[in-house]
Design a protein around this ligand. Structure first.
Ligand SMILES: CC(C)(COP(=O)(O)OP(=O)(O)OC[C@H]1O[C@@H](n2cnc3c(N)ncnc32)[C@H](O)[C@@H]1OP(=O)(O)O)[C@@H](O)C(=O)NCCC(=O)NCCS
Length: 207
């Protein structure tokens, strides 16, 4: 019997649940969320406790867990939850929506979420815990760092390199071969035609 714990029951979790329901690969899915016991359900999934319940759930036969908290500017919460889950010995699957198109030549690390209508093309490498959100395009030979978030509808053209903890905002386009340094934030709708340094916050036409 395949069981999964989702950690965090907010908006991003709803997207993840929607994907999991259509994947039909898990027999049992539950959520842990800090808002328990006030929050008892997210969509049709039961909230079974808060983070403190994780060790008991591990003992009860849940081997896999997935961080379902999203990230906009800061990846701190996703990072700390990831470390906590590893410490408890959980396996973190990569979850790919059946409506996404991921090349068999692409590599996805643990804890990655690829949402519906996203494309990850040949020889792309997606780092641990990265989010490739709804309708995003990660073209051939791109590298996306750990904990990075390529937001809804963003486009990374071929060979783009995105560092760890980066946000590529909704609808942004990064042209081919460009590097975006660790911790940078690329605003929604930006067009990036030059490299972006680590921790830089850019928006609009970035040239
Ligand atoms: C760029 C961003 C990170 C905000 O950065 P910020 O430095 O905190 O910016 P502020 O909100 O203080 O706004 C500063 C100015 O930039 C403008 N601005 C904000 N976001 C912008 C964007 N994406 N493109 C162009 N201008 C933008 C604001 O209107 C404001 O203009 P003003 O000074 O003339 O009033 C944010 O607006 C953004 O685009 N986030 C990405 C959101 C996203 O993609 N979410 C994904 C969910 S899946």
């Amino acid at each position: 019997m395949k069981k999964l714990i989702l950690v965090g029951g907010g908006g991003h979790c709803k997207s993840v649940i929607d994907t999991l329901r259509r994947m039909q690969q898990y027999d049992e899915i539950i959520i842990v969320d800090a808002a328990y016991p006030d929050c008892r359900n997210v969509l049709d999934v039961k909230v079974a406790g808060d983070d403190a319940a994780l060790p008991e759930l591990k003992k009860a036969g849940f081997a896999e867990a997935f961080v379902a908290v999203g990230s906009v500017k800061s990846t701190a919460v996703r990072r700390s939850l990831f470390l906590q889950l590893k410490e408890y010995g959980f396996t973190l699957p990569a979850i790919v929506d059946p409506l996404a198109c991921v090349s068999p030549y692409a590599k996805l690390a643990e804890g990655v979420f690829v949402a519906k209508r996203a494309v990850v093309n040949a020889d792309a490498k997606i780092g641990r815990m990265a989010i490739i959100n709804t309708g995003a395009i990660v073209e051939h030979d791109c590298v996306v760092g750990d904990f990075a978030h390529v937001a809804v509808g963003a486009v990374l053209c071929g060979g783009v390199s995105v560092g760890s903890d980066v946000l590529i905002g909704a609808g942004a386009t990064v042209i081919q071969g460009i590097g975006v340094g660790d911790g940078a934030v690329v605003g929604a709708g930006s067009t990036v035609v030059r490299s972006v340094s680590a921790r830089q916050n850019v928006k609009g036409l970035v040239k």
